[in-house]
Design a protein around this ligand. Structure first.
Ligand SMILES: *[C@@H]1O[C@H](CO)[C@@H](O)[C@H](O)[C@H]1NC(C)=O
Ligand SMILES: *[C@@H]1O[C@H](CO)[C@@H](O)[C@H](O)[C@H]1NC(C)=O
Ligand SMILES: *[C@@H]1O[C@H](CO)[C@@H](O)[C@H](O)[C@H]1NC(C)=O
Ligand SMILES: *[C@@H]1O[C@H](CO)[C@@H](O)[C@H](O)[C@H]1NC(C)=O
Ligand SMILES: *[C@@H]1O[C@H](CO)[C@@H](O)[C@H](O)[C@H]1NC(C)=O
Length: 470
């Protein structure tokens, strides 16, 4: 269907028309009536075509992005259009669909061969959304994030190769280098792209763009336009339209919410395991009354843990404990200013959206979009100080493993955004969000990856064809 319409794009682009008329005129001189007749019939054909073409099918394209994350693998299927060679996006229900498979690919570290099943399921889903005739023309990419990034490199490559086998035989357009592990700062960059696309600021003035702070499970990303000089490894330049954006982008590995919480627990378990008989280790980030169980099913260890590690929720102490984690390594800061660990962060510039777990925790506490940071403190204090059995009664539908997170996350959010990055508690420039813009576009990096890769690919295409024809 599209192969018929492609030449039309070329014909109506003014660039491509310019060279031909003068050449063709000299060859033969048709009578005026033939010219007129030809002109009229072409005009009628074109008019009919534009009047009756169904909008959906004319320059329709599809693309699939598989996001292999630490907790799950997600397929995103996009339908878009080419108008005058430029991609036009729409993330409404009819043009965008998403499907997830849990657990993530990194859980196949002990059995890489088994990773094909979930990818195959997602390919099946994508095939159901893309008309069969379009499969061959539709790109499929698999981009993996922190979960795979943390694996042993040999194992990581084995898992990727297993997914490539599935994608090669999927029927979609695939190249081996389209299944890869993206860097944390790419992840931040893509989130920044989708946010600014949604807000209408992508393609506009760099200092009018919105930055992103994202609290994921394994890592946390900070990405925004900065006019300060930056070390090369922390800066990314992206070009969209005719505008170049100089971004600060960094992913703080192991400082995602789950990774940081696990790290704290591990430290507490270790000190409990090494404590003397009558010494008690307290966990300030777990509400009182919660009984710890050991991950290793060992009754000696179990009873010791129960006796010496005690949940003693206290927001203020939890905030201090999480701040210590965020400041770890600060003595190695090589620049004039490090907000988190030994990593340079420029001065905050412009507006920000706080996404992923920043959003989930704020929603859980029912905070207001304005003043959410200052409201987080009393909400966290109340929650951390509550008895576990009381909390279970108050939140009957919440799973234990989720409920167990909120004391920690309320304190972690304050120590990260306020105590470390330096957002004022009443700073109106930062809001929590999971979607943005008038169309409520999800702030998911996979959408940003699709937007950026598609824009680059279509730019390449028109660049090449212009050269060939001109
Ligand atoms: C996954 O790979 C195994 C071999 O390692 C194969 O037997 C199985 O059929 C594959 N499953 C799918 C869904 O591709
Ligand atoms: C990764 O794991 C493989 C197999 O388990 C092992 O042989 C190799 O030494 C490991 N590589 C690294 C860099 O740890
Ligand atoms: C908290 O809960 C535990 C058990 O769930 C109970 O033994 C304890 O008395 C409670 N403490 C308060 C202050 O309610
Ligand atoms: C159980 O845990 C204790 C304390 O960590 C350890 O000394 C002991 O060897 C473990 N026993 C078994 C059977 O693993
Ligand atoms: C929490 O800890 C702080 C600092 O140690 C202490 O001042 C405060 O009284 C504690 N709060 C409660 C409710 O125990």
């Amino acid at each position: 269907m599209t192969s018929e319409t492609d030449p039309l794009i070329v014909q109506i682009q003014p660039d491509h028309d310019q060279s031909s008329p003068t050449e063709s005129k000299s060859k033969w001189k048709p009578s005026k009536s033939i010219i007129l007749l030809t002109f009229v019939s072409v005009a009628i054909t074109l008019a009919l075509f534009f009047a009756f073409r169904p909008r959906e099918s004319s320059f329709e394209r599809y693309s699939v992005v598989i996001d292999a994350g630490s907790s799950g693998t997600r397929a995103h299927v996009f339908r878009y259009w080419l108008e005058s060679g430029k991609p036009v996006f729409d993330f409404g229900k009819d043009n965008y669909a998403k499907e997830s498979e849990n657990p993530g690919l990194s859980s196949y570290a002990d059995n890489p061969k088994g990773a094909n099943v979930s990818v195959a399921e997602l390919v099946k889903f994508a095939k159901g959304r893309v008309p069969e005739g379009m499969w061959e023309k539709s790109d499929i990419r698999l981009m993996a994030t922190a979960g795979l990034r943390l694996l042993n490199e040999t194992v990581m490559e084995q898992i990727l190769e297993v997914t490539r086998e599935v994608l090669r035989s999927s029927g979609f357009n695939f190249r081996d280098d389209w299944a890869w592990v993206i860097t944390g700062s790419d992840e931040g960059k893509y989130s920044w792209v989708v946010a600014n696309y949604a807000l209408g600021s992508l393609g506009g003035e760099p200092l009018q763009t919105t930055g992103i702070v994202e609290l994921g499970g394994a890592s946390a990303q900070v990405t925004f336009v900065s006019s300060q000089p930056m070390p090369e490894d922390l800066s990314q330049t992206i070009t969209y339209g005719n505008v170049a954006y100089s971004l600060y982008s960094h992913s703080f590995l192991h400082l995602g919410q789950n990774a940081a919480h696990d790290k704290l627990w591990e430290a507490l378990h270790n000190s409990a395991a090494h404590s003397t008989e009558d010494e008690i280790v307290t966990d300030p980030c777990t509400p009182e009354g919660y009984i710890f169980v050991s991950k290793r099913q060992n009754s000696t260890e179990e009873s010791r843990l129960t006796a010496s590690l005690q949940a003693a929720g206290n927001f203020t102490e939890c905030r201090t404990a999480t701040l210590a984690m965020l400041h770890e390594g600060k003595e190695n800061c090589a620049s004039e200013h490090c907000s988190i660990g030994s990593t340079f962060t420029p001065d905050l510039q412009g507006r920000f959206l706080a996404t992923a777990s920043f959003y989930y925790t704020s929603k859980f506490f029912e905070l207001h979009e304005k003043d959410w940071l200052s409201e987080m403190i009393p909400a966290g204090k109340r929650f951390c100080g509550e008895n576990w059995s009381e909390l279970k009664v108050q939140y009957p539908t919440e799973q234990d493993k989720h409920l167990l997170n909120y004391c920690f996350s309320s304190a972690y959010i304050i120590s990260m955004l306020h105590d470390s990055l330096g957002f004022a508690l009443d700073d109106g420039r930062i809001e929590f969000a999971s979607k943005a813009g008038a169309k409520d576009i999800p702030l998911d990096w996979a959408l940003g990856a699709f937007i950026l890769e598609t824009s680059i690919a279509t730019l390449d295409y028109s660049g090449k064809s212009r050269k060939m024809l001109g």
